[in-house]
Design a protein around this ligand. Structure first.
Ligand code: AKG
Ligand code: FE2
Length: 262
């Protein structure tokens, strides 16, 4: 990436909470990932409560050479470094998420689990997903949807949603009027298969129903950075961050509290 392009991606990540970079995977490696994910899915029995996420196969890099190669993939590493995100490290594993033909949409949610921690209001990302969709994504086959800026700003939906995943959302009805609603500020993130998609864990996102006859597969890798101010940051450091007690234990929470303001 050219430095200006990398900077623009970082700015998008900071202000909108997501971005994507095209042409990261080679055609050969993409094919290998398709074959390996199909093999892993075939050996897996999805529990019924993850129907909105599809198969939900967890794989550790240390247990699988192909996944290990993806986690260390040089073009992704280079792109992260160019954007200033070189201090992000993978958590060591991935999740394979699928949408089979006619499988339902994924509900609106965010994936930040530390809402009691002042780090919830960092103006920079602390935790992000690094995602690879193994086919081009479209409105028809269940592309990702995001509401830009919601990683920093509370909107109407935050106070109406059933908390994500195991905290409740997995058990909502398919016609839940809010969890599967259209939002006036939503953006469809349609990406070509060789791209990498990054999103801040705090960002509100969902995915469309798959209306095609082809499986849509995603390999998602969570990445985190240290609890420090990033080297690129030149802006103000919010007082709550500057005064954060790093020795305190902050209990986990998926529900945005005082640290998400309007
Ligand atoms: O299926 C997708 O595109 C997104 C998946 C996701 O956000 C999740 O499972 O938490
Ligand atoms: Fe998510």
């Amino acid at each position: 990436m050219k430095p200006e392009a990398a900077l623009a991606k970082r700015e998008q990540m900071l202000h909108e909470g997501y971005c994507f970079v095209e042409g990261i995977l080679t055609e050969d490696f993409l094919q290998e990932l398709r074959e390996e994910s199909e093999r892993l899915i075939a050996a897996h029995e999805p529990p019924p409560d993850v129907k909105y996420q599809g198969q939900h196969v967890n794989v550790r890099g240390e247990d699988n050479d192909v996944i290990q190669r993806l986690l260390g993939w040089a073009p992704t590493r280079r792109a992260l470094e160019e954007m200033g995100f070189g201090d992000f490290e993978s958590t060591g594993g991935i999740i394979i998420l699928t949408k089979d033909p006619d499988e339902p949409a994924l509900y609106w949610h965010q994936d930040w689990m530390e809402w009691n921690d002042p780090l919830s209001c960092t103006p920079w990302p602390q935790k992000m997903f690094v995602s690879y969709y193994l086919s081009d994504t479209t409105i028809e086959n269940g592309c990702l949807k995001v509401i830009p800026g919601t990683h920093h700003k509370r909107i109407d939906l935050h106070d109406q949603l059933v908390p994500a995943h195991e905290q409740g959302a997995r058990h909502v009805e398919e016609d839940h009027p809010i969890m599967f609603s259209d939002h006036p500020h939503e953006v469809d993130v349609c990406v070509p298969a060789r791209a990498v998609v990054l999103a801040d864990a705090r960002l509100l996102h969902s995915a469309r129903r798959n209306l095609t006859d082809q499986r849509r597969t995603l390999i998602l890798a969570w990445h985190k950075r240290p609890d420090t101010v990033p080297a690129y940051w030149e802006g103000e450091i919010p007082e709550v961050i500057a005064n954060r007690d790093a020795n305190r234990e902050y209990s986990s929470s998926r529900i945005p509290g005082e640290y998400l303001t309007g």
